[in-house]
Design a protein around this ligand. Structure first.
Ligand code: RIB
Ligand code: CA
Length: 311
């Protein structure tokens, strides 16, 4: 499966990328594009460049939009720190980002593929919306979009809105209205795909990649510990895990509309169940996950990467 990952690293974005990297038998990662979300687009781009250098992996990275289509950026230092990836102290990356803007990069690189691709969307969908609006023909070259975002009932930025959709609801409206098949990992399935904080402890004495993840999760879990939780949600790893092990997840088809107005419901994903006969324009929303096996999949990926990236 040829994939492009659009992200805002972001502790959980990094775990998602590592999970995909651990399974080259499943994923051919053609590129990583970055967008303003958890932090500035400069910070999130530097973050993933540092991580890839640190683990000795070379994947093209292209920096994207610095702000939502029509709104001000709203970085999230409470969850990810000022840098967007506080915790580990990594050296400046030697590798530079691709010279092209993420939208240009995606357009050119998707068209270069000799088969349709999968977009893994782990952030506000600003880049993707501008890609689809600027180059409509690229839609035929995108087989599906597997995304982390939205919710059936919950919210983590407003009572009924999830951050990735909230940050750029106009972009989400374009992507959900594109007709491209979407598999949506919303807050409900991410809540079931939880990882116990104690599972990260052994990583401290693991290999290079495990130790990096220990430092990442030691910072990221602070948000959970401060609330008395003994688990955390690695949101962005869920769409990748679902592609890798679909048997761990279940969901249903819904029509999804995006609320772009209002102080209370901006970014709400309004989902109406599709009946059995309907399929066109319906989104698969994941609702349930086997949390224990999801965590095992993530931790196993670190063991694979440790073995492949010796100290
Ligand atoms: O709501 C969770 C999403 O917001 C994740 O993608 C996380 O990285 C943040 O961007
Ligand atoms: Ca993200």
């Amino acid at each position: 499966m040829r994939i492009f990952i659009d992200c805002d690293p972001g502790h959980d974005d990094v775990l998602a990328i590592l999970l995909a990297l651990a399974h080259p038998e499943k994923f051919t990662m053609q590129g990583i594009t970055t967008v303003a979300g958890n932090s500035t687009v400069r910070h999130v781009t530097d973050n993933i460049l540092k991580v890839l250098d640190h683990i000795g992996v070379s994947i093209p990275v292209a920096m994207g939009c610095a702000r939502p289509i029509r709104r001000e950026p709203e970085p999230q230092p409470a969850a990810h720190g000022e840098s967007g990836m506080d915790g580990p102290s990594l050296p400046e990356a030697r590798t530079k980002a691709d010279a092209r803007h993420a939208v240009t990069f995606l357009h050119e690189e998707i068209l270069r593929q000799d088969a349709p691709v999968t977009i893994v969307a782990l952030a506000p969908m600003t880049n993707l919306a501008i890609l689809l609006e600027t180059y409509p023909a690229v839609r035929e070259r995108i087989e599906r979009i597997c995304m982390m975002g939205g919710s059936l009932r919950g919210g983590n930025i407003l009572p009924r809105s999830e951050f990735n959709v909230y940050h750029d609801p106009e972009a989400a409206k374009v992507v959900f209205g594109s007709g491209i098949p979407i598999v949506m990992s919303g807050l409900e399935v991410c809540a079931e795909a939880k990882t116990m904080l104690r599972a990260f402890e052994p990583l401290k004495s693991g290999g290079r990649v495990s130790r990096l993840v220990y430092e990442l999760m030691n910072y990221y879990s602070g948000y959970a510990r401060a609330r008395g939780w003994d688990y955390t949600n690695v949101f962005d790893a869920v769409p990748v895990a679902q592609m890798l092990a679909p048997e761990l997840f279940s969901g249903s088809k819904y029509r999804v509309e995006i609320e772009t107005e209002g102080d209370l419901c901006r970014g709400m994903t309004v989902a109406t169940p599709c009946d059995g006969a309907e399929s066109k324009g319906c989104v698969t929303i994941l609702e349930h996950a086997d949390g224990a096996r999801f965590s095992a999949l993530m931790l196993d990926a670190l063991r694979i990467l440790d073995a492949a990236q010796p100290d």
